[in-house]
Ligand binder design. Structure first.
Ligand SMILES: [Zn+2]
Ligand SMILES: [Zn+2]
Length: 443
């Protein structure tokens, strides 16, 4: 548990009963709120945390998506009483949409995988992502027979196809490019365990971050990922391992389409590998999506380099950080540097049907008491917003106004992060830093 002290753990309970999604920002916030003076994340040094085997930038996915997590009683128990029978939005029937777009969010599976379905229903999601175990722990109890049966039954009763529209997210601890033999085995075991969990639950897609070179040469690291995948495919039956594109530079693998292509090229069973495009990561890594023309060009490059037959899912996130900044900071749809037009392009692209489209946008809101609480209404509204873009005329007054309103909403946050990025690059050009953060993407 490198990110938090054991003392923190007692303040913010996220282990057993939680599916583990939280970030150290939130830990510190929660701790501050609880008036506890515990210091945060001893592993965090100079803006970089050593997260198990993987180097993770401070603005890493796990930290900044503000994904939901179970809070301890005492911190926020009374902030928002949750009545699971009260939906934030009703699910849109697919027939009523102009095309079959399955939009959902990465929901909590706290208390058991079966709860992910209740949580998805509650926000009107037609697809969902979840963690199949705590993603910050190596050792996890297996899925109980009861949880498995409830998951399968809940999917059936709420008409979710687990095979097609559930997209579990892998553990942040796992780095399949790990060079150290013991650590590589540990990563592999955790990875295969997740794949087996998928197969237990009838899930056919499994999304994960490709990994980090750890400073070793890139081709060899890519070779190690592919070798681990080949082994994992042989150890399981059918689940498709879905590589997520990444935002970062330096040691991170998967920020370029070429990285993904090179991994896939070495995978023996091509039917068992796919790609999930995270819009925030793509944009931060230098793949523009802001205008229809930029979107087409990016998609053309993806098709040419990776191939659309591998595209299995999307993570729909706007970006708080500017283009090509290599920072992974998810923003609410339309409020970030991507803007609503990018999502209009996605919603209206003909090829993207029938795949899970997962929001990983922030839903933490500060209440009048200064405490942070989840507001799932945000996801419910974003799902409806994205669905409304299908078939909407991007030249219409309706769209222009919607787009401008959302941009206004995110203006302060965008300029805050832009300042950070500017300061960092000014500092870099002044000192000639040897940080790998700004290294060429194809390095
Ligand atoms: Zn991310
Ligand atoms: Zn993502």
């Amino acid at each position: 548990m490198p990110r938090t002290s054991t003392r923190n753990k007692s303040v913010v309970s996220y282990s057993e009963e939680s599916d583990g999604r939280l970030n150290s920002n939130n830990i510190s916030k929660s701790i501050a709120n609880s008036k506890d003076t515990v210091s945060v994340a001893p592993g965090k040094v100079n803006g970089k945390r050593k997260l198990g085997a993987v180097d993770v930038d401070d603005d890493n996915h796990a930290q900044d998506t503000n994904q939901p997590r179970k809070r301890s009683a005492g911190v926020n128990a009374k902030a928002k009483p949750e009545d699971k029978t009260m939906p934030f939005a009703n699910r849109t029937t697919l027939d009523s949409l102009k095309k079959a777009m399955y939009i959902g969010a990465h929901v909590s599976a706290a208390g058991g995988v079966q709860n992910a379905i209740t949580n998805a229903v509650q926000i009107g999601a037609n697809s969902f992502a979840l963690f199949l175990k705590s993603q910050r722990k190596w050792d996890n109890p297996p899925i109980s027979t009861e949880a498995r049966d409830l998951f399968i039954n809940n999917c059936k009763s709420h008409s979710y196809s687990a095979a097609e529209h559930a997209l579990p997210h892998g553990s942040y601890l796992v780095n399949l490019a790990q060079v150290d033999e013991t650590k590589a085995t540990q990563a592999y075991n955790s990875f295969v365990d997740d794949l087996q969990r998928c197969e237990t639950l009838g899930i056919n897609l499994y999304n994960f971050h490709p990994g980090s070179t750890g400073g070793e040469p890139r081709p060899a690291a890519i070779g190690r990922i592919a070798a681990q995948l080949n082994k994992a495919h042989k150890a399981t039956l059918s689940v498709i391992t879905v590589l997520e594109n990444m935002a970062g530079a330096g040691n991170v693998i998967g920020s370029t389409w070429e990285d993904l292509r090179d991994i896939i090229a070495l995978v023996e069973d091509k039917d068992r590998v796919g790609v999930c495009i995270d819009t925030c990561h793509a944009f931060a890594a230098g793949h523009d999506l802001r205008t229809p023309e930029a979107f087409e060009e990016t998609m053309r490059a993806f098709g040419e380099i990776v191939g659309f037959k591998y595209l299995k899912a999307f993570h729909l996130n706007d970006s708080k950080a500017p283009f090509n900044s290599n920072r992974d900071l998810h923003a609410n749809i339309g409020t970030g540097f991507l803007g609503l037009c990018a999502f209009h392009s996605i919603m209206n692209h003909d090829g993207f049907r029938n795949m899970p489209m997962i929001l990983e946008t922030p839903i933490d809101k500060k209440g009048p008491d200064g405490k942070t609480a989840e507001d799932k209404q945000i996801w419910a509204d974003e799902i409806k917003l994205l669905e409304s873009l299908i078939g909407m005329d991007a030249e219409s007054i309706e769209f222009t106004k919607l787009s401008a309103d959302l941009q206004a909403k995110g203006a302060t946050e965008r300029s805050r992060i832009q300042d950070q990025v500017d300061k960092k690059s000014a500092k870099k050009s002044k000192t000639g830093t040897k940080s790998t953060k700004g290294a060429k993407k194809n390095a």
